[in-house]
Design a protein around this ligand. Structure first.
Ligand code: FES
Length: 56
């Protein structure tokens, strides 16, 4: 599933970033450009990041 349409970032890309040690939205933004355009994806991206971090 594509989370960030503006920058073509999928849910699995966010999950891989979490597995690689990304823990905050700021880091995710720097790494994948999530939420840097319209910003509509930020809430969804944050939720995926948090859920994936809790699983680890
Ligand atoms: Fe992510 Fe627009 S959908 S910045």
């Amino acid at each position: 599933m594509i989370v960030c349409v503006c920058n073509n970032v999928s849910e699995s890309k966010i999950q891989r970033a979490a597995e690689a040690g990304i823990r905050t939205m700021a880091e995710l933004r720097t790494q994948l450009d999530v939420g840097t355009c319209c910003g509509k994806c930020a809430g969804c991206a944050r939720k995926i990041l948090r859920e994936h971090c809790e699983k680890q």
